[in-house]
Design a protein around this ligand. Structure first.
Ligand code: DHB
Ligand code: FE
Length: 280
């Protein structure tokens, strides 16, 4: 049977991708950000999964205001990096896992979560920046990836509670797949940031640290935080954090091992947070 071995949480700031692609990761501004992922890149080599189930949000790249799925699962065999205005990032194409993705879709939809099935899409910084942070600049990504897009861009967005329960349904789906695959679930986006309006630039370190503490030790309680609290405390784009609860919900009910924790401000307009939790 397949099993979930670990979960990874990280911000996805697009400027991080640009810094890496343009060879600026050693500059004084970026050096402390990338340093926080030195451990993670080594950890990825030592804990190479067979598949990454990558929860992220699309930023009006694959989807637009014309069509807004709340939860969309990628069942394609590959995904091209999107052109987000400066040309597509010079990163490898993302290879999918149609068999496991279809199995998860079947199981999770029959478990009463309405997923949109996506057989063709491009992926933006929400998905490629976490891969770059965790894997560096390889010729090919280390394993297949199942993209799982969550709408946190256009209201109404799903609640943390629903995201957490969905994570549990994903765990059940993975554990009923009849092949001995090691699967990691990644929750991406966040932490506190607001990109527009009078509060643009908002960062809330206290909220972020408490979020990390509770994600580790009290995910059930954290899942009850209403979306308005994310927006008030962590900024309009801080709502991206509900996606971390999907990954956390997919973990075992036993307390996880905290393999790595990192927090840094600033990176572009965003507080960068990062956790690696292992199932024990
Ligand atoms: C920034 C952060 C984001 O999450 C995003 O999607 C775009 C920009 C930023 O910090 O600049
Ligand atoms: Fe974003």
């Amino acid at each position: 049977m397949a099993r979930i071995t670990a979960s990874v949480y990280t911000s996805h700031v697009p400027a991080i991708g640009a810094a890496l692609d343009l060879g600026k990761s050693g500059e004084p501004y970026w050096q402390p950000v990338f340093k926080g992922y030195d451990f993670s890149k080594q950890w990825m080599k030592e804990h190479k999964p067979d598949v990454i189930f990558l929860v992220y949000n699309d930023h009006a790249t694959a989807f637009s205001l014309e069509m807004i799925p709340t939860f969309a699962i990628g069942t394609a065999s590959e995904y091209a990096p999107a052109d987000e205005g400066w040309g597509p990032r010079p990163v490898p194409k993302v290879i999918g896992h149609p068999e496991l993705a279809s199995h998860i879709a079947q199981s999770v939809i029959q478990d009463d979560f309405d997923l949109t099935i996506v057989n063709r899409m491009e992926v933006d910084h929400g998905l490629t920046v976490p891969l770059s942070l965790m894997c560096g600049q390889p010729q090919a990504w280390p394993c297949p990836v199942i993209p799982f897009a969550v709408n946190v861009v256009q209201y109404p967005v799903p609640s943390g509670r629903r995201c957490y329960s969905l994570g549990r349904a994903i765990r059940k789906a993975v554990e009923s797949y009849d092949e001995p695959l090691k699967v990691q679930v990644w929750g991406t986006g966040g932490m506190s940031h607001q990109l527009q309006g009078p509060r643009a630039g908002l960062i809330n370190k206290e909220f972020d640290h408490r979020f990390l503490d509770r994600l580790i030790a009290d995910p059930e309680g954290l899942s009850r935080v209403p979306h308005i609290e994310y927006v008030r405390e962590a900024g309009s784009e801080g709502i991206e954090l509900v996606m971390w609860l999907i990954a956390r919900g997919a973990m075992s009910d036993q307390p996880p091992r905290v393999a790595h924790r990192f927090y840094h401000v600033p990176a572009s307009n965003t507080a960068v947070g990062h956790l690696i939790l292992e199932n024990t």
